[in-house]
Write a protein that binds this ligand. Structure first.
Ligand code: AMP
Length: 220
C-alpha cells in the first residue's frame, strides 16, 4: 500500500495546525501533533503529562527521550503504520529528526515542508489565536467559531492557549531559531525539503502546499 509521510515545519503561528488538518483530509492520513499530544496528556494524570508540564508551561522543549518515545509509540498504531501521517511540531531539532528516520526505517519521510512566514506576522497571529481545547482546531478573534466560543467541529470549548502569552511566545520563537531552524538546513542537504510561502489566506496556502507535495510524490 502506498503511504504518504509528511512533516510540516514552521514557526509558532505559521499555520501548521490549520494546514495539517487540511492535508490530512486530502491524503486520508492521521495528524500527529506532538504539541496536541502533550496538551491531552497534561489534562489527565499520565506520567508523560507530568514529565512534560514544566517545559510546556515555560515554552521550552520537552527532553528528546520523552518526546521520541511518545512518537515512536504513536507510529506503531495501525492508522499511521498503514497509511502514513502529517506530522506537525516534530521533529524540532536534528537529534529528533535522526530518531524519526530510525523509527521509520525502512520507510522514510516523503517530504518536509517549511511554512515560511515572517516573525512580525506570526506575532500578530499568535496574539489573536484561539484553539479548541478538545480537538485542537484553530480560530482567531477575527474568525471565531459560529456560536459562543464553542468549536464548530466538535463542540469543545475554544480558548486561548496558556503558552500563547507574550513572554512564553518569545521563548518559543527563540527555541525555534536556535533548535529548529538548523533542521531546515539538515533536511535540505538530503533533498527532502520544500519551502512554501505561508502568508495569505489559508486556501491559497493549501494550494501552494499541495502543488509542492504532489510534485514530490509524483517522483516517488
Ligand atoms: P506546539 O503546540 O507545537 O507549539 O507545542 C507546544 C509545546 O509542547 C512546546 O512549546 C514544547 O514545550 C512541547 N513540544 C511539542 N513538540 C515538541 C517536540 N518535538 N520536542 C520538544 N518539545 C515539544
Amino acid at each position: 500500500m502506498l503511504a504518504t509521510r509528511l512533516v510540516i515545519l514552521g514557526k509558532q503561528g505559521a499555520g501548521k495546525g490549520t494546514q495539517a488538518i487540511r492535508l490530512c483530509d486530502y491524503f486520508g492520513v492521521p495528524r500527529i501533533s506532538t504539541g496536541d499530544m502533550f496538551r491531552q496528556f497534561m489534562k489527565g494524570e499520565s506520567e508523560i503529562g507530568e514529565r512534560a508540564r514544566k517545559y510546556v508551561e515555560a515554552g521550552d522543549l520537552v527532553p528528546d527521550e520523552v518526546v521520541n518515545e511518545m512518537v515512536r509509540e504513536r507510529l506503531t498504531e495501525l492508522d499511521a503504520a498503514d497509511h502514513g501521517f502529517v506530522m506537525e511540531g516534530f521533529p524540532r531539532n536534528v537529534p529528533q529528526a535522526e530518531a524519526l528516520d530510525d523509527m521509520l526505517a525502512p520507510h522514510h519521510v516523503d517530504l518536509v515542508v517549511e511554512l515560511d512566514v515572517p516573525t512580525g506576522v506570526v506575532l500578530r497571529r499568535l496574539a489573536s489565536r484561539r484553539v479548541c481545547s478538545h480537538c485542537g482546531f484553530n480560530y482567531s478573534v477575527d474568525a471565531p467559531p459560529k456560536a459562543n466560543w464553542t468549536c464548530d467541529q466538535c463542540g469543545g470549548a475554544v480558548v486561548q492557549r496558556e503558552d500563547d502569552t507574550e513572554e512564553v511566545i518569545s521563548r518559543r520563537l527563540e527555541q525555534y531559531d536556535k533548535q529548529t531552524a538548523p533542521l531546515v538546513a539538515w533536511y535540505l542537504t538530503t533533498d527532502r525539503l520544500a519551502a512554501v510561502d505561508g502568508e495569505g489566506d489559508p486556501d491559497t496556502v493549501t494550494r501552494r502546499l499541495l502543488r509542492a507535495i504532489e510534485g514530490r510524490l509524483a517522483r516517488k
